[in-house]
Design a protein around this ligand. Structure first.
Ligand code: GLN
Length: 443
């Protein structure tokens, strides 16, 4: 991205054409266009950035990987897209994703699955698997994804690229389809840390169109990147001990690299990961059930059923939503229903505060936290036999969203099959500068 920003308009057009040709001969299914045999969506003439199918781009179709939205065309640009255009970048291709960003494998999209460029029998991760695979396979300069519980960081880790989730409120959610409104953040997926900082600067900042956008002072980070800072980095021991041997090996290597770079490592423990998983899946599904209520056949996309209103709702939703989405709407409606609201939803909100407090306590002593991104490297398709097994693979990423913190995932090693091992650095709220600075030591 840094180099692309120096190109002339003619050179950028050449790059767009080269990428378009490359995409035609590529079969990993990173883009919806590859999976549907259609031409790549080109609008404008800037540096090509792949856009997850959950972000509105004016006059483009947006489906969130779901049949329910087929045929819907965006009437406006999301703020992140407006910001891209202002900086000379432009949306290029619809990156594939898990339906409504619910998943960890990018195989629940209505278009079919995205393959991991390192091993086509393995998942690219999810839900922003298309964005990560496109960057990893060199068919996008960079990409935008969204991260509600790891969906930028985890696919980046599985595909060996850099993925960054900003502090909640840093990046406007205006024009980004909501999954879980108190957790969602849009973030960059890039080939290196500096590109992530550049793209982060471009998309960030206060936006009056999003009432949850943070009205705090914003200082650009890319120009001030500093790899010489000496930081205190906490390691969460009970997190690391649950990871696979390949992840633990990568972790040990990374700790050595950080120590050699002059950083101080301290050791901490955190709340049991099973409590974190329960909390996340109550809050995320509760918010999702409210957010997805709008897809009812009346206002957006695909309408089914013609035997009255109830039939239309029933047919539209049962034919339009896939099984994982239906399951989560039911779970979310259940935890919000009277009689269960206090027992589940209110309790989850309380535990969310505890998680936040635990992070705050660690950040009294540390500048950053080093953690795995996922318990294993990219799994084979079909490895998760139940939804619960899949949910348990989110143990390291979701607490970061529950606490609203910034984090960056980057590749640090390979496992014995040559699959990338990614780790994440988590920072204090609004301290993205330190997150990027620390990440430079691991690159
Ligand atoms: N895997 C998590 C989930 O399924 C996270 C998804 C996301 O960040 N969008 O909810």
């Amino acid at each position: 991205l840094k180099e692309a920003l120096l190109l002339t308009n003619d050179e950028i057009n050449k790059l767009r054409n080269e990428l378009t040709d490359k995409i035609k001969n590529n079969s990993i299914g990173a883009y919806v266009e590859q999976l549907t045999n259609t031409d790549i969506n080109i609008s404008g003439s800037g540096i090509p950035i792949a856009i997850k199918d959950i972000i509105n781009v004016k006059d483009w179709s947006i489906t969130c990987g779901s049949n329910i939205l087929k045929g819907y065309v965006s009437p406006y640009d999301a703020t992140v897209i407006t910001n891209l255009r202002k900086a000379g970048l432009s949306p290029f291709g619809r990156a594939n994703m898990d339906e409504f960003a619910m998943g960890s494998t990018t195989d629940t999209s209505c278009y079919g699955k995205t393959l991991n460029p390192y091993d086509n029998e393995k998942t690219a991760g999810g839900s922003s698997g298309g964005s990560a695979a496109a960057v990893a396979d060199g068919i996008a300069v960079a990409a935008l994804g969204t991260d509600t519980g790891g969906s930028v960081r985890q696919p980046a880790a599985y595909c060996g690229v850099v993925g960054m989730k900003p502090t909640y409120g840093r990046v406007s959610r205006y024009g980004i389809t909501a999954y879980s409104s108190s957790l969602d953040q849009c973030g960059p997926i890039t080939q290196n840390v500096e590109d992530a900082a550049i793209l982060y600067d471009i998309i960030s900042g206060h936006d009056p169109m999003d009432s949850t956008s943070a009205d705090v002072e914003y200082e650009a980070v890319a120009a001030k990147l500093d790899s010489n800072r000496k930081l205190t980095i906490a390691v969460i021991d009970n997190f690391v001990s649950q990871a696979s041997p390949a992840i633990q090996k990568g972790f040990e290597k990374a700790v050595k690299v950080l120590e050699e770079a002059g950083h101080k490592i301290i050791h901490k423990n955190m709340l049991d990961t099973d409590k974190i998983v329960s909390t996340y899946y109550i809050i995320a599904t509760a918010e999702a059930s409210a957010n997805l209520a709008r897809f009812d056949g009346v206002r957006f996309g695909n309408r089914k059923g013609d035997a009255g209103l109830k039939d239309m709702y029933t047919q539209t939703k049962s034919q339009g939503f896939g099984p994982e989405v239906q399951k989560r709407i039911m779970l979310g409606s259940f935890v919000l229903s009277s009689g269960y609201y206090d027992a589940y939803y209110i309790k989850a909100q309380k535990v969310r505060h505890l998680i936040k407090d635990e992070y705050s306590a660690i950040f009294d002593e540390a500048d950053l936290i080093l953690s795995p991104v996922a318990p294993t490297t990219a799994p084979k398709f079909g490895s998760f036999k139940t939804s619960l097994e899949m949910y348990l693979s989110d143990i390291y990423t979701i607490s970061v969203n529950l606490a609203g913190l910034p984090a960056i995932s980057l590749p640090v090693d390979k496992d014995e099959d040559g699959m990338p091992v990614g780790l994440q650095l988590i920072g204090k709220a609004y301290d993205e500068q330190t997150v990027f600075d620390g990440a430079l030591s691991l690159e």
